[in-house]
Structures are given as C-alpha cells and as structure tokens.
Design a protein around this ligand. Structure first.
Ligand SMILES: CC(=O)N[C@H]1[C@@H](OP(=O)(O)OP(=O)(O)OC[C@H]2O[C@@H](n3ccc(=O)[nH]c3=O)[C@H](O)[C@@H]2O)O[C@H](CO)[C@@H](O)[C@@H]1O
Ligand SMILES: C=C(OP(=O)(O)O)C(=O)O
Length: 436
C-alpha cells in the first residue's frame, strides 16, 4: 500500500495540462475490439485503470504498439477468445469497472462476451442490469454463474436491431449497448441513452470506422447496423474530472493556476458549479485561469435559500466531482447542501474532514451540509486512508491546504485515475512525497 506525505499550507503557481480522460479512454480502447484493422489513439492517460485494460486486451490477443508516451496503436485481428474462460481473466477482468465494456464489442463481433463482476470504486451498489438487458434486447442469451460472479452473453446467430428504452441512463451501459448494436442486423434505437461528451466521442469514433449512428449528443440514438468496421485515428478529450480537481486545489490553497486546453465546450455545468461556490474562473482561449483568491463566497438561490449541489446524468453535474466540491466548500464563506444522488456510499469520507476541523454534517448517506469556514480556521493535518478515487483526491486537496504534515495511505486509489499526480503537483510548488 503506497502512501503520500504532504506538507500543507504552500501556495501553488503555474500552469497545468490536464491528462486524457480516464472514462473516455476506457470506452474507446474497448472499441478497438470491433475491427480487425488498426486503430491509433493518442492522449491516452498513463493511469492504473487504463493500463490494466490495455493489459487485458493484450492477453486477449490484441496487437498493441506504444508509438509515443501517450499514443498507442491497437489491432484486434487475432483474438484469443479462450482467454475469456481462463482463471487469469477472472482475476484481471474484475479489477476495474471499465473492463465491462469489452462485452458489447466481443458479443457483436464474435457472438460471445464474458466478464467477471467488475471492480472500480467502493462507492455503493453498482448494478449491471442496463448492460445485460440491452444485450438481451438485441437477441443475446444471458447467464450468470453466481458462485463465480461470472457473467456471460452469447448470440451465435448474431444480434438483431430493436427499439429499447434504457431503465437508467447508464454511461458504461450505453457505451456497451452502442458497441454491440453497430454490428447488429437492422436498426436499433436507444432512448434514455447517456450522452456525456465521452460517449459522444465514442459514437464519433465508431462513425469514423464506418458505423451509422445518428442522434449523437442527444438521449435518443439511432443505429443502423453495418457488416464490418474499419480502422481510425482519434485523440482523447481532456479529463473534465481532473480539470475540476485542479480548480478545487487552486481555490483551497488560494493559488493562481492556469489549466491549459480544457475543451471548454465539453465542460457542461462544471465551471458554473465552481462559480456558484464563489471561485473566479476566467476563460482565456481554451484555458481556464484561476486568480489567487483569499476568500470565495457561496451564492444562495435567488430567494435567499441555501444552495444545493447535486449530481444528475449529463447534461447534469457529474457525481465524480461532488466529493471535490464538498472539500472546497469547507473553506468557502457560506453554507451548501451536497446531495450525492447516484452513489450511496461516497460521502463517508467526510469523517476525515471533520477530524481535520471541517464543519460538515452528514445528514444521511446521500447528503452532507457544509458550513464553510472562510479560511478563518485552517484544516489540521492528519493521517488518512483513501477509500475511493474521488474521496482520495479530495483528501489530498484538504491535506495541501492544511496546517502541518498529512499522510494518505492507499494512494493506489488516486493513481487509478490521476497521472503522476505527485510529480505534477511538485512542479507547481506543492510539497508532496511518495513513500512506501
Ligand atoms: C468507467 C466509467 O465510465 N465510470 C463512470 C460511469 O460509471 P457507470 O457507467 O458504472 O455508472 P452508471 O452511469 O451506470 O451509474 C452510476 C450510478 O448512478 C445511478 N444512476 C445512473 C443513471 C441514472 O439515470 N440514474 C441513476 O440513479 C446508477 O444506478 C449507479 O448507481 O458513470 C458514472 C456516472 O456518471 C461515473 O461516476 C463513473 O466514473
Ligand atoms: C467512479 C469512478 O470510476 P469507476 O467507474 O472506474 O469506478 C470515478 O472515476 O470517479
């Protein structure tokens, strides 16, 4: 279990370029399984989850070449389907959430797809019904070996397009069903589809490979199945969750920071939500400039009542930034209710913030009220364990702003989604060390 040692209270200064998006990378890397032709992907983040997925594809027989530090070519022309039944796959496939998205492409192209119950954050129940109901609607037979926690879908005769209404706008569920439907016979319509920018990028990628998807960026997709797909080249968008994390770090440490090439048009509600917390964000070309601010004041609603920040499927605010918003609010002027609607175990990390001196009331597993301290009392350094990726980065932000030296254990959870975070933080003035 690796550990960070952080000496808090130092201002940051400079500019930072966000990494490629983890959640887009996981989708588009799975999509390489849909063709025997070469696909080149750049701006691939060097993070644990993405590297694990690339490893799994390699074991499946995909030819992978690293063309540059962030660029890979993939060619799935000799797939070893037997690997899916191996003990190794049952272990490796369960270690991340993103691996679930190999099922749709494998089912579409080879008539079968298996997956052990996937891992990811321990942030509450994470069901897969939307994925498998979608495959069943396309004509696949489903089985679940409960004792092994091993899922399977098979469609030896191929998939058949149909109309479907998803029970929820699941991000990875939509990606999986879209990847299955592009090679199905006939037309598929998907209503209540997730439509966040990373899914839009996946659909654009598939169209550039020869797929016929329309309605991209809406929640109603129409997919005309095609016989085969070809190769393509693409660049992954910057990671909007990482961008939000840098905004949070700048505010909490009263620092001036420029976040480069953020792709503003794909940030949705993110700038607005941080502005509601009173943080000044300026748009400079495609960069975000955050001036050093001694204080930031949470805006109330027009009628004077206390602000609520909650998550919702895109174009709502992403659940992955709520932990960061919560920690930033601890030093704002004013109060806010944080309502994490999607995940039921994601707010328990506030206990650590309370230990550090933050004023937070956990109302129930989904809601926390934060009474900001307006930097009048700094958080106190402490020792903590990172429970999940976003709580981990939030505790790291708290530690950077705190008085004294903090220790964060289990930082693999942070490395899962943040590339070289310690090195990049040191380059802008943070005092952080990785210790074993
Ligand atoms: C690898 C990857 O891409 N992971 C992301 C993906 O996970 P993932 O695709 O697993 O998440 P889903 O979109 O399926 O669902 C997330 C949670 O929200 C609930 N839900 C979802 C949709 C809805 O309309 N109503 C509802 O209540 C689900 O029951 C679940 O508890 O999307 C999540 C939601 O943005 C993000 O937190 C994850 O970072
Ligand atoms: C919940 C997240 O990731 P995953 O779905 O990979 O667990 C996240 O990135 O915040």
């Amino acid at each position: 279990m690796a550990t960070f040692k952080i000496e808090g209270g130092h201002k940051l200064k400079g500019s930072i370029t966000p990494q490629g998006a983890k959640n887009e990378a996981l989708q588009v890397i799975c999509a390489v399984l849909l063709t025997s032709e070469k696909i080149v992907i750049s701006n691939v983040p060097n993070i644990i989850d993405v590297n694990k997925l690339i490893f799994i594809l390699g074991e499946l027989g995909v030819k992978i070449e690293k063309l540059a530090a962030d660029t890979y070519s993939f060619q799935a022309d000799e797939i070893n389907i037997k690997y899916l039944e191996s003990a190794e796959f049952k272990r490796d496939g369960s270690s991340l959430r993103g691996s679930i998205m190999i099922v749709g492409p494998l089912l579409a192209r080879f008539g079968k797809g298996y997956i052990p119950r996937p891992g990811g954050d321990k942030i509450g129940r994470r069901r897969l019904d939307t994925h498998f109901e979608g495959f069943i609607n396309l004509g696949a037979k489903f089985r679940y070996r409960k004792e092994e926690r091993f899922y399977g879908v098979e469609a030896p005769e191929g998939l058949k397009g149909t109309d479907m209404l998803l029970d929820e706008a699941s991000v990875t569920g939509t990606a999986n069903i879209v990847m299955a439907a592009v090679l199905a016979k006939g037309v598929t319509t998907i209503y209540n589809a997730a439509c966040e920018p990373y899914l839009q990028e996946l659909c654009k990628m598939l169209n550039s490979m020869g797929a016929k998807i329309s309605g991209v960026s809406s929640n109603f997709l129409t997919i005309e199945g095609v016989e085969r797909l070809g190769g393509c080249e693409l660049r992954i968008l910057p990671d909007m969750i990482e961008i939000g994390s840098w905004i949070g770090m700048a505010a909490m440490t009263k620092s001036e920071l420029t976040i480069k090439d953020v792709s503003w048009k794909d940030l949705g509600q993110i700038p607005r939500v941080f502005k509601k917390l009173g943080i000044n964000l300026e748009r400079k070309g495609d960069d975000i400039f955050i001036p050093a601010q001694e204080s930031y004041e949470i805006q109330n609603y027009i009628d004077g009542s206390i602000l609520t920040i909650s998550d919702a499927p895109w174009p709502g605010f992403t659940p992955d930034l709520l932990s960061i918003v919560l920690v930033v609010a601890t030093q704002a002027k004013g109060s806010v209710l944080i309502h994490q609607k999607m995940f039921e175990s994601r707010l328990f990390f506030v206990d650590k913030l309370i230990d550090m001196g933050a004023q937070v009331i956990l109302c129930d597993p989904h809601r926390a009220t934060v009474i900001g301290m307006n930097h009048q009392s700094t958080l106190k350094a402490t020792t903590m364990v990172s429970p999940d990726i976003r709580a981990g980065i939030s505790l790291l932000i708290a530690a950077l702003s705190a008085k004294g030296t903090s220790i964060i254990h289990n930082i693999e959870q942070i490395d899962r989604g943040y590339q070289n975070i310690d090195e990049r933080l040191r380059a802008i003035g943070a005092k952080i060390e990785r210790i074993e």
